[in-house]
Design a protein around this ligand. Structure first.
Ligand code: HEM
Ligand SMILES: [Cu+2]
Length: 565
């Protein structure tokens, strides 16, 4: 066995790192943060242009910058970080060596080359086709090739993850079934394989079309297959960030899930029902029947929503049970009032959970209803919704766990702890207001992806109500606050890796650890904590009331825009 001096145990947490897994987790995380930096600078430019009072860049560059912003954020920042999470959840949490490290490196290089190639194509200026790259809009062939290489690299990462699960089982590195957090990562990996296959089915012909070997790509066919990829990839993000929520509940509180079985079933619901929801991106498309749209978006799709609601209930519930166990039992809410709100690992995770549920979840179900979708289709409401899910939800969850990884994985003390305390609030609350303002402006009809919402000089001018302009101003200001929060995250993480005080890493040995320390034990343990969480149930009722009310308000609004008599 090639286990010579391959493992070290983190002296602060008891987590055990395999040397090659550790390096791969690090390089993937660093690549992710670099993508976030580039995407963040572009976010500033997009924001300052969409904010009509500033309107900083011209039309041609706007679409180029918007394309690069979407890809650097939603593809490269998120997916590099997810590969790091997959290796952590397999090798580290199962105390196993990583299967085939060389192949994992191949995957990393393919992802890196693909991401760079795709960015080069965009910044050359002939591939401003937006994140969705719908034909007949043409991009340079390098654009599609870059995406394909990146996807192949990510697919390799998923297989290395699965291989590591097999190795860990064969070498009996853990007892019983895999931990819940690893199970969440497994869900993400399974969905990723389906997703990447769908991406290949549509992007390879489109690449051939860009070279000239295929004469025609049918736009409706493209959209249908592309969304099997585009929507499913969001379900990867959800599975991954929910796994991170459970991990953080264990790290910060030593919390056990309320019911491990229920949580596992909820993850499985994602795998079973996510594809149907892809239809919610096609609700305004001609050529697809109403029956097909209504069935796919209104019945089984809600089982994926149910899964998220279960996690949204059981994660804070688990925290409540753990806190009550520590003696915070006064009233309904002492457990949450006395939670460590100054610890960014916790505060970021909790804002992520609330923002994802209240803003992203409720608006998503509203938009997924065929009739209501017509109210906001192709308006700035849409990016309002998805910034609530992928930015407040996924991105902020990933930021929170980074603060845990700096001392554990990178063995550095975090710099600027005072700023770190505020970072989740700046980013999370700034982004939440930003999303709400976009949704407000979108409800009033302000379009998305449009360089000039005044439609100056157009043949059919349109006046938006004054409130829309107010919303756009709120959007600009809160977006800036979020960008300051995002900048703080990058400053703290990069600064800590470069200048943070070096911490004891623990020596590399050939042995696997038998040491049981609280953090490692909480993250990998089994068992259920029970459902005695009255405070969380009050939250759940508030959520339900908000949900019903908002849904009703939109039906009411629909009745007023459609003059039937
Ligand atoms: C402070 C951070 C951010 C700000 C201020 C910001 C701002 C914006 C703005 C103003 C738009 C254009 C909306 C429109 O007119 O259609 C946009 C689009 C977009 N953003 Fe962000 N964003 C941020 C972070 C993120 C992150 C972290 C992600 C992904 C994880 C993301 C993903 C996207 C995507 C996919 C688009 C759509 C691109 C397209 O239409 O092709 N953004 N963002
Ligand atoms: Cu979707």
């Amino acid at each position: 066995m090639a286990n010579v001096a391959q493992f070290r145990v983190c002296p602060r947490t008891g987590l055990q790192f395999h040397r090659s897994a550790e390096t791969l987790i690090k390089v993937n995380a660093v690549a992710a943060v670099v993508a976030l930096l580039v995407g963040g600078i572009l976010a500033l430019l997009v924001l300052l242009t969409r904010w009509q009072a500033v309107h900083i860049i011209d039309a041609e560059n706007f679409y180029m910058v918007l394309t690069a912003h979407g890809l650097d954020m939603l593809a490269y920042w998120i997916i590099f970080f997810e590969i790091a999470i997959l290796y952590f959840c397999s090798s580290t949490l199962l105390r196993s060596r990583l299967a085939t490290p060389r192949i994992a490196w191949l995957g990393f290089w393919l992802m890196l080359i693909g991401a760079v190639a795709n960015n080069v194509a965009v910044f050359r200026g002939d591939s401003s086709v937006m994140f969705t790259s719908y034909p007949p809009l043409p991009a340079n062939q390098l654009f599609y090739l870059g995406l394909i290489l990146f996807a192949v690299g990510a697919l390799i990462g998923c297989f290395v993850f699965l291989g590591t699960l097999v190795v860990a089982k064969a070498e009996k590195t853990y007892e019983g079934s895999i931990p819940l957090v690893t199970f969440g990562a497994l869900t993400a990996a399974i969905i990723a394989i389906f997703t990447i296959a769908s991406g290949a089915i549509i992007l390879i012909p489109t690449w051939l079309w860009s070279i000239g070997y295929v004469s025609h790509i049918d736009p409706l066919m493209y959209r249908t297959v592309w969304w099997a990829f585009g929507h499913s990839s969001q379900q990867i993000n959800v599975s991954a960030h929910v796994a991170v929520w459970y991990a953080i509940a264990a790290i910060v509180f030593g919390a056990k899930p309320m019911s491990e079985r229920v949580s596992r079933v909820a993850f499985t619901l994602y795998i079973l029902f996510l594809q149907l929801a892809s239809a919610h991106h096609l609700l305004a498309d001609p050529g697809l029947s109403t029956e097909w749209k209504v069935f796919n978006t209104s019945y089984a799709m809600y089982l994926a929503v149910l899964a998220s609601m279960i996690h949204g209930l059981t994660v804070p519930g688990a925290i409540e049970v753990a806190q009550r166990g520590k003696g915070f039992t006064k009233g309904l809410f002492e457990w949450i009032r006395k939670a460590p709100w100054g610890n960014p690992v916790f505060s970021g995770m909790f804002i992520s959970l609330l923002g994802f549920g209240f803003l992203g979840g409720i608006s998503g179900v509203m938009m997924g209803t065929e009739q209501l979708n017509m109210l906001i289709h192709n308006t700035i409401y849409v990016p309002g919704h998805f910034h609530a899910t992928v930015v407040v939800g996924t991105t902020l969850a990933f930021m929170s766990i980074t603060y845990f990884l700096i001392p554990t994985l990178f063995n550095r003390e975090m710099i600027l702890p005072g700023l770190a305390k505020w970072q989740p609030y700046l980013f999370g609350l700034g982004m939440s207001v930003f999303c709400l303002a976009m949704m407000g402006a979108g409800t009033l009809g302000v379009p998305r992806r449009h360089w000039d919402i005044t439609f100056a000089g157009s043949a059919l001018p349109y006046e938006f109500p004054g409130t829309a302009w107010l919303m756009i101003a709120v959007f600009g200001i809160s977006g800036l606050v979020a960008i300051v929060g995002g900048g703080a995250y990058i400053l703290i993480t990069v600064g800590s890796l470069l200048f943070g005080k070096k911490l004891d890493a623990g020596a590399y040995t050939a042995q696997r650890t038998v040491l049981k320390m609280p953090v490692a034990t909480a993250m990998t343990g089994h068992g259920s904590a029970g459902f005695a969480a009255p405070g969380t149930f009050v939250f759940a009722m508030v959520f339900l009331a908000a949900f019903v009310l908002y849904y009703f308000v939109n039906w009411k609004y629909l009745s007023t825009v459609w003059g039937l008599s």
